[in-house]
Design a binder for this molecule. Structure first.
Ligand code: AMP
Length: 405
């Protein structure tokens, strides 16, 4: 079965076509800067493993529909397309950012699902409208394919109320659904399952802490396979220090900024989301650049990495307390998978808690899932590459099979 995974952003579409017989990626690509003066298209076709035919173009796409039409044409193009016609695609799996409390699992999209995603726009004003656009266009261009929604928030819906409620007037939750939702759910779910496979145990028998460190960063406490807490909140701003996002701050700081610096809500929003985090502390948000500065003894880079890794360490401590017994800690995403230094700084001093890093294993650059703790470490530390697209494709397949049977 061929499944197309789509991630539609406000000015971009990312896609990956899977042959689910062996989860082979047949083609992938993205279109950026849709509706701007010049859009960029990158398309890759993999006729066989290790072989890639690439097409890169600067073109103008006036809207998402034009971009998606182009993607559909490329997928069946004689030179760069892996399929003969659009009907070869059985299902489209859509990444949808916010499913609120309604969606605890992936679903087949129908009118009521579309309405519900629309109703959740106030909780994800930048993402859900774009996701809806992708759903509408894919439905028009591939009318015979199943359309499945896979939600970033769904994995975290198993959190108990003591973890998802804020200590605000309860009315705000009851009337306006102000609560912790959590994000990066497909990534946490994927690496947790991979960790279980690596450890040779059913996920249901494992307690894990998963640490997703990319441009956005989040952690999850997973008890017997179910998420019981996560660091991102009602929005993806809460929790860890990120590339440009502050993560946790005293909630009174925005009031102070408004009162004493006369910043508007818009200014504060920009400050917290785009000008804070690593960038706010040292002027850079790309970790590779920060590490270069750190290695040349730059004071602000040193400071930024200290704050960044101290926050991770605090959350590890909190989640160890939440879980009681923890079998494994998993690092994933761009920084988690690649940065020896961040893993080392975040875990230093945790030996008395049963977390003992193996320096040699931490320096290994094997791409697959691997262990980086010493044999005698009570809690196994693993590095597991995330694959959100594959997780969406697997979830999509499961829903399609349920509907076909
Ligand atoms: P992601 O959002 O998962 O693509 O992760 C992006 C982040 O990963 C950026 O901060 C990059 O600087 C960081 N990153 C990617 N590759 C490396 C690497 N080899 N070493 C350190 N950081 C990396």
């Amino acid at each position: 079965m061929k499944i197309l995974v789509i991630n539609t952003g406000s000015s971009s579409i990312k896609y990956e076509l899977f042959d689910m017989t062996d989860e082979y990626v047949m083609a992938s690509g993205n279109v950026e800067r849709i509706a701007e003066a010049q859009s960029f298209l990158t398309h890759q076709y993999f006729p066989e493993p290790e072989k890639v035919v690439e097409k890169k173009e600067s073109v103008f796409f006036k809207n998402h529909e034009a971009a998606f039409e182009c993607i559909a044409e490329l997928l069946k193009d004689k030179k760069v397309g892996p399929i003969k016609n659009a009907a070869d695609i059985t299902a489209v799996g859509h990444r949808v950012v916010h499913g609120g409390e309604r969606f605890k699992a992936p679903v087949l999209i129908n009118e009521s699902v579309v309405t519900a995603i629309r109703e959740h726009i106030p909780l994800a004003p930048l993402h859900n409208p774009a996701n809806l656009k992708g759903i509408e266009i894919a439905g028009n261009i591939l009318p015979n394919a199943y359309q499945i929604a896979v939600f970033d928030t769904a994995f975290h819906q198993s959190m108990p109320r003591k973890a998802f409620l804020y200590a605000l007037p309860l009315e705000l939750y009851k009337k306006y659904k102000v609560r912790r939702y959590g994000f990066h759910g497909t990534s946490h779910a994927f690496v947790a399952e991979q960790a279980a496979q690596y450890l040779g145990k059913p996920l249901k028998e494992l307690n894990l802490i998963t640490i997703h460190l990319g441009n956005g960063c989040s952690m999850a406490a997973i008890q017997q396979g179910r998420c019981v807490d996560t660091s991102m909140g009602m929005t993806p701003l809460e929790g860890l220090v990120m590339g440009t996002r502050s993560g946790d701050i005293d909630p009174a700081i925005p009031l102070y900024l408004a009162d004493y610096l006369n910043l508007s809500l818009k200014d504060i929003d920009r400050l917290l989301n785009k000008e804070s985090g690593l960038k706010g502390l040292c002027g850079e948000n790309d970790l590779r650049e920060i590490i270069k500065k750190y290695e040349s003894s730059d004071e602000s880079a040193q400071l930024a990495l200290e704050v960044y890794t101290y926050r991770i360490k605090k959350y590890i401590g909190a989640y160890l307390a939440v879980l009681g017994r923890c079998h494994g800690i998993v690092f994933t995403a761009g920084i988690g998978e690649n940065s020896v230094l961040i893993r080392e700084m975040a875990l230093s001093g945790l030996e008395p808690l049963g977390i003992i890093l193996d320096d040699k294993r931490n320096h290994s650059f094997v791409r697959d899932a691997r262990e980086i703790s010493l044999e005698e470490s009570l809690i196994k530390v693993m590095v597991i590459p995330t694959n959100e697209e594959l997780e969406i494709a697997r979830a999509t397949l499961e829903v399609v099979l349920q509907h076909q049977s």
